[in-house]
Design a protein around this ligand. Structure first.
Ligand code: GRF
Length: 206
């Protein structure tokens, strides 16, 4: 069976990338293989994780291009070169344009560190998401994996996982708690679900 070729887009530490690598290495992503790690930054530790796992990587940094169209054209050429079927945004901090996203309907997924539709959309990323959850005083938060469409954090939800907010939680402790107990669990599983959907040309199975 031809495996779905996956590109993981990163910008930082790559702990979500690592979760996918570990899950694949344990044999839990039979319908896909990580064929490329694409980083928006040359100094992302995620690139070291890719190298350690013998996964090819590329750096495509927005500031090296005169405009968004040129930047995204470069990304598309790298995706063609590596024959990528599925894009996974894992801590990727560059906004992709609606034009780009429209070229990959139900072929881009993203992990967001809250239970969408709470604390999502424009301006909600990284620690800001957890600050907003703590400021609101919610008792439960979590993570969401969703398809990416032209609305920020607006695409169809694939998986969610909740965590309880503990007494004395800080934005930093909550971020770690949500990553460890939600993001790193649902993202690898969502990757296999979507890879299987693509491989079999069928709808998403729960
Ligand atoms: C995490 O907070 C995650 O929720 C968000 O990006 C941050 C960095 O993730 N998507 P990673 O360690 O680079 O995977």
């Amino acid at each position: 069976m031809k495996k779905v070729r996956i590109a993981v887009f990163v910008s930082g530490n790559g702990s979500n990338l690592q979760a996918i690598i570990d899950y694949e290495r344990a044999g839990h992503i039979p319908h896909g293989e990580i064929a490329l790690v694409l980083s928006s930054r040359a100094d992302a530790y995620a690139l070291s994780r890719a190298a350690l796992a013998n996964i090819p990587s590329a750096v495509v940094s927005r500031k090296e291009f005169s405009d968004t169209a040129e930047f995204e054209k470069k990304i598309e050429s790298v995706l063609r070169e590596f024959k990528i079927d599925l894009i996974v945004l894992a801590g990727y901090m560059t906004i992709l344009s609606a034009d780009f996203v429209k070229k990959y309907p139900e072929r881009i997924i993203n992990v967001h560190p809250s239970l969408i539709p709470s604390f999502c959309g424009k301006g909600y990323y990284g620690l800001r998401v957890h600050e907003a959850a703590l400021n609101y005083g919610v008792k439960v938060t979590g993570a969401t994996v969703h398809f990416v469409n032209e609305v920020p954090d607006g695409g169809r939800i694939i998986l969610q996982k909740s965590v309880m907010i503990r007494k004395g939680e800080t934005p930093e402790s909550l971020q770690t708690h949500v990553m460890r107990n939600a993001e790193w669990i649902i993202l690898p599983r969502a990757v296999e679900m979507v890879a299987k959907m693509i491989a079999k040309g069928r709808e998403l199975e729960e």
